[in-house]
Design a binder for this molecule. Structure first.
Ligand SMILES: [Zn+2]
Length: 66
């Protein structure tokens, strides 16, 4: 009898990214091509090259003196 619930090998629960172009599906940290350029991070599908996510990560928020 195996207790397959709440096992350490469970990969469920991670944030899975889904490619709308080719239906590639994997956690962001596994399989996706993550391109970092300065503060920008682009996540590219390894199957079709579709840009699934693109975001700018600022380490220090710059308040705008308006
Ligand atoms: Zn794709």
């Amino acid at each position: 009898m195996n207790a397959d619930a709440s096992g350490p090998g469970s990969s469920r629960g991670k944030s899975v990214l889904f490619c709308v172009e080719c239906s590639f599906e994997n956690p962001v940290s596994e399989g996706w091509l993550v391109v970092s350029d300065g503060d920008e991070r682009t996540i590219v599908c390894p199957e079709c090259g579709h840009v699934a996510d693109h975001r700018t990560e600022r380490s220090a928020p710059a308040p705008r003196a308006d």
